[in-house]
Unconditional design. Structure first.
Length: 167
């Protein structure tokens, strides 16, 4: 098994590296992802036919790249200006109470949405899921998800306008 992996590594490393370099655009990231790809290959290579090794390796490399980008998206470092703004951009206790009241009102309005619209709005706007991920979770087409989002957001906007009319 080890000699088989060594020969596969030698045979396909340049192809996997070039593929990952084209995806990431960064030499160091591509090198790290190559290591991750071949580590995964070492764990799961059994049962892959010789004619399917290269496409399978490229698929593993793609999945490693997707995992890397998702992880990187979740842990975006903030610059010093953000930290400075956060330290100086505090609110008074009165502002904090008003903000908490607005958040509570918004929660109530979201709860009043029809269930499918509420789920679509929460997945996309609150949990920051892509349209594809949200549609997959809800088991609907992307088009149907967009309709649910539009209607849910429209109801929220209309309820906010109704509140402003009372004042």
């Amino acid at each position: 098994m080890r000699s088989e992996l060594d020969s596969i590594y030698k045979q396909y490393i340049q192809d996997v590296y070039r593929y990952l370099l084209s995806l990431s655009g960064d030499h160091h990231t591509a090198e790290d992802l190559v290591q991750d790809t071949f580590y995964r290959a070492y764990l799961y290579l059994e049962g892959i036919g010789e004619e399917k090794v290269k496409p399978w390796l490229l698929r593993v490399a793609y999945n490693a790249f997707i995992d890397y980008t998702r992880k990187r998206r979740r842990s975006v470092p903030k610059d010093d200006a953000w930290l400075q703004r956060e330290l100086t951009d505090y609110c008074t206790p009165e502002q904090w109470v008003l903000q908490q009241e607005r958040i509570a009102e918004l929660r109530q309005k979201v709860e009043l949405l029809p269930p499918r619209q509420r789920e679509a709005v929460l997945l996309v706007d609150y949990y920051q899921r892509t349209y594809e991920e949200a549609a997959d979770i809800m088991k609907v087409t992307i088009g149907h998800l967009k309709v649910l989002l539009f209607r849910g957001r429209q109801r929220l906007r209309n309820s906010r306008k109704g509140d402003n009319d009372d004042e």
